[in-house]
Write a new protein. Structure first.
Length: 301
């Protein structure tokens, strides 16, 4: 079996809990043929109190609904019921720390018209940090983030991720860990599946909404900056400006917070262990685990 499931794995589909090996989908589905689907990436953690808690479940399902609405996929689901289904999937699979994947997908329709109905799937599996724990060697991709006038790029739509696959694969084929995409105007946008932040002179910067998918983890990092009195600015910037940064990092639900070692083989001036990104990495981990975090007590080793 694949690492995501085995013969005992239970998932949720259209109001029922079924074995993953017994679940089926229609090969004529509009989502399969045209990438017309929406998904979310969510994490559950075993918190310091011993409780299993899905981090920002409401925010994720609010975006799930909004993504469907943006690309005209009917959304007739109750988000509270879907969140409850997520917890049940965790329970049925004996998962305490897991990655959760809701997917809204469409039935057979070979026309280019919007779907008239929607299926919903929720599955979960044990998945460590998507980009690993080591600092990343990042490549500026030859692929651009799609033109926002061509697509609702703030939706977490399945079809958009072909662009992400191309960029990420290009980086790996050239010996790098991950890619960084620019927008159509040459400004830094984001990674294939993560948002970008950088540090310069004691301040944190990140691209504004418009050419990025504004992530839930991105919003959490912004919240943490406010809580920790770390100055932050959303602005457009070029790759040349990014290369003058003291440090940089990606963040996303799957990746959590992970620092850069280098960009296009150029290292940053400040050691990651001494960076604000490291502080935010520790603060984020404390937050998802329900632990108290004090910046002055942060370990930088």
């Amino acid at each position: 079996m694949y690492s995501y499931y085995n013969e005992n794995t239970i998932l949720y589909i259209d109001g029922e809990f079924k074995k993953a090996t017994a679940a089926t989908t229609d090969l004529y589905g509009q989502s399969l043929h045209y990438g017309y689907a929406v998904f979310e990436g969510i994490r559950a953690y075993k918190t310091a109190s011993g409780e299993v808690k899905i981090f920002k479940a409401k925010e994720h399902f609010d975006r799930f609904k909004r993504s469907c609405e943006l690309i005209h996929i009917p959304y007739n689901f109750d988000n509270e019921a879907l969140i409850a289904a997520c917890y049940k999937v965790l329970e049925l699979n004996n998962l305490e720390e897991a990655y959760i994947r809701p997917l809204a997908f469409c039935p057979p329709n070979m026309t280019l018209k919007a779907a008239s109905q929607t299926h919903v799937l929720i599955c979960a599996w044990d998945w460590g940090a998507y980009l690993g724990e080591k600092l990343l060697r990042v490549l500026t991709s030859s692929y651009q983030r799609p033109n926002p006038k061509a697509f609702k790029i703030e939706s977490k739509s399945a079809g958009l991720y072909v662009n992400s696959i191309l960029a990420s694969q290009e980086a790996k084929e050239k010996g790098f860990d991950e890619a960084l995409l620019l927008d159509m105007n040459g400004f830094v946008a984001e990674g294939p599946g993560a948002n970008l932040f950088f540090e310069k002179d004691g301040k944190i910067f990140t691209p504004p909404p418009g050419n990025i998918l504004p992530g839930i983890t991105r919003a959490t990092v912004i919240e943490l900056c406010k809580e920790l009195d770390i100055p932050l600015e959303e602005k457009l910037f070029t790759i040349e400006e990014l290369k003058t940064a003291d440090a940089a990092f990606f963040c996303g639900t799957a990746a959590e917070v992970i620092g850069f070692e280098s960009l296009d083989n150029q290292k940053f001036g400040k050691p990651w262990a001494e960076s604000l990104g490291k502080v935010l990495q520790q603060a984020y981990k404390a937050k998802v685990l329900g632990k108290e975090f004090k910046r002055e007590a942060a370990k930088v080793a």
